[in-house]
Each structure stands twice: as C-alpha cells, then as structure tokens.
Design a protein around this ligand. Structure first.
Ligand code: CA
Ligand code: CA
Length: 120
C-alpha cells in the first residue's frame, strides 16, 4: 500500500441507525497502485465505528484491477452491459464514463485502452 487516506467525521448516529457517506477522490494526479482508505465515525469523544477498504488506482478500463486491460475486462463489462444504477447486474467499475449506465460508450473506453499494461 502506498498511501493511507483518512476520513474522519462526527455524527449523531447511535448503534441502531446508519448512514451513507459519499465522497469523491480525484485520482488524476495520483500514481497507480493500491491505497487504503479508513473512515472513522465519532460521536462527541466516543468512537462508534471504523471501516476501511482498499482502492486500486489503475488504468482506465482495467475493471478487475490486474494492471492490464484485456479480455477479462471485456467479460466483466459484458456481464453488466445494459444495466443502470441499482439494477442487479450493475457493476460500478464498468461505468467508466460515470453516467450511471453501462453502455457502448463504456465499451469504447475499454477498446481505447485495450492491451495496455501497467509496470510498477
Ligand atoms: Ca484488467
Ligand atoms: Ca457509463
């Protein structure tokens, strides 16, 4: 892991409620690689929750994050093709132009990068 990105917020939630927090991370100036994101939720001085995850910054079109754009990525977009946000076959990684629909314009982006491979 290259970098740890920390998100910390205060909330009035208790242990029977939940919330969804959305944030945007502009990766245009970020080097390729794996990043850890941690989120801490605190209530006054008491910590009530901590979650985290891994984000991979990779080539546009590398849907499975294996550092190359190839047939495996086409297979993933094919499985999600035609889906919109919220539908069962929706895959947010396949929505490359972020219009909440998996369609031909997303496939064009993969085609443009097809065969590219990252070398760390
Ligand atoms: Ca890939
Ligand atoms: Ca799309």
């Amino acid at each position: 892991m290259k970098t740890i990105l920390l998100i910390h917020f205060k909330t009035d939630l208790n242990n029977t409620t939940s919330t969804t927090i959305t944030f945007t991370w502009n990766t245009s100036d970020v080097s390729y690689g794996n990043y850890t994101i941690s989120v801490y939720a605190t209530q006054t001085s008491q910590e009530i929750g901590k979650v985290g995850g891994c984000i991979v910054v990779t080539l546009l079109g590398d849907l499975n994050a294996d550092s190359t754009v190839n047939i495996k990525d086409l297979f993933q977009i094919a499985k999600a093709f035609g889906a919109s946000l919220g539908q069962e076959k929706w895959n947010s990684n396949a929505d490359l132009n972020e219009d909440r629909l998996i369609k031909i314009s997303d496939l064009f982006i993969i085609a443009k990068n097809f065969g590219k491979t990252l070398e760390y």
